[in-house]
Write a protein that binds this ligand. Structure first.
Ligand code: NAD
Ligand code: ZN
Length: 343
């Protein structure tokens, strides 16, 4: 994690990699912005094949994956060829899935270019694509050789994309790092403005937390669940908005607000912590019209969440800034009240 470092990236590719065959999977937009900084240096090392995939979630499909397989096969890519996922979370998930499955797996490097990808999706090995029946249902675990984050690329992100990444950063502060939370309290506005020095600090702290959690629980048996703070609520909002009117990170910001409401109403959270948490969350603007939402449907969605076991909703909550707790929902009324306050 560093600044102004894209040109140094090719120099750290390990010697055992066959640099005669490097595929950079990316999109037109990212390539136009930063392609040369990366590819010029790679060309000095070896042969580079650029593979362009479409923008957005539609790139995360088995059809698109098959097209990439075809290009790799036509260019005779082998088992020790390298795939570089160069882009946001969409590119990382899709190119990572290709790397996990092409010839039963080839080396992968993640070169994330969105805040969300730098703090979350590039770390932890979850790669995959969507199915017509749901998001992220087809996938694998595939860890990259390394993740390389240059925070200066974040300066060209749309404000909404920065907000989405910040949702995940704030989440890390809540569940495990009160110092990160304090840093956010004093630097959130600069982060929202895309200040690269501030973003550097946030990416460093967040990537360390994500890596640490995943190291302890790679396959999501227990601890990894804490990364879901705000997400059970947020997923319900995303689903009820048909994944169109609200972005994931924005839904997580509202989801964390709802989680704080629920915890306070359940008598599990002190007023001071509640106020402090809400104050930070409300400083991130989330343009969203919730007037069409139905509370009973949101609750129903929560019971359908893939993290639910035996029809019981298990929630990741906090009992202090930087300290998580896991609770099973005993009282649906309280859940409904929390949604009502949020809406
Ligand atoms: N694998 C995981 O653990 C994990 C975790 C969280 C999210 N995800 C997945 O990540 C995806 C979302 O990722 P995302 O939020 O990065 O979205 P994204 O990849 O769609 O990127 C968002 C937008 O930003 C643009 N962009 C990327 N880098 C840019 C830059 N430096 N400057 C300007 N524009 C840039 C992209 O072209 C795109 O239009 C979802 O598919 C989600 O399921 C995966
Ligand atoms: Zn998330």
């Amino acid at each position: 994690v560093s600044r102004k470092s894209l040109a140094e990236f090719p120099g750290i590719i390990p010697g055992f990699i066959n640099t005669e065959q490097i595929a950079v999977i990316t999109t037109d937009k990212i390539y136009a912005l930063y392609g040369h900084a990366v590819v010029d240096g790679l060309r000095i090392k070896g042969n580079v094949l650029e593979i362009f995939i479409p923008e957005g979630e539609k790139a995360k499909s088995l059809d698109q994956v098959e097209k990439v397989y075809t290009t790799l096969l036509e260019n005779r890519f082998e088992r020790n060829s390298l795939i570089i996922a160069f882009g946001g979370g969409v590119v990382g998930d899709m190119a990572g899935f290709v790397a996990a499955t092409y010839l039963r797996g080839v080396p992968l490097v993640q070169l994330p270019t969105t805040l969300l990808a730098q703090v979350d999706s590039s770390i932890g090995g979850k790669v995959g694509v969507n199915h017509p029946l749901g998001k992220n249902l087809i996938g694998a675990f595939k860890h990259p050789l390394f993740v390389f984050s240059d925070c200066d690329v974040l300066m060209t992100l749309e404000p909404a994309e920065l907000r989405c990444g910040l949702g995940e950063v704030i989440k890390y502060g809540f569940i495990s790092d009160s110092r990160l939370f304090e840093y956010l309290e004093s630097h959130l506005d600069e982060a929202l403005d895309g200040n690269p020095d501030v973003l550097l600090e946030l990416v460093k702290a967040s990537a360390a937390i994500k890596a640490d959690v995943v190291r302890q629980d790679e396959r999501e048996q227990n601890l990894r669940m804490i990364l879901n703070f705000g997400h059970t609520f947020g997923h319900a909002l995303e689903a009820e908005s048909h994944f169109s009117t609200i972005k994931h990170g924005e839904a997580v910001i509202l989801g964390m607000q709802c989680a704080l409401e629920y915890t306070r109403l359940s008598g599990l959270l002190g007023e001071n912590v509640y106020q402090r948490g809400m104050r930070l969350l409300k400083r991130v603007p989330v343009p969203y019209d919730g007037s069409e939402l139905h509370i009973s449907r949101l609750v129903e969605r929560m019971t359908l969440d893939k993290k639910v076991k035996d029809k019981k909703i298990r929630l990741v909550l906090i009992d202090d800034i930087g300290s998580y707790r896991i609770e099973t929902v005993a009282d649906i009324d309280t859940l409904e009240k929390a949604w009502k306050i949020l809406i």
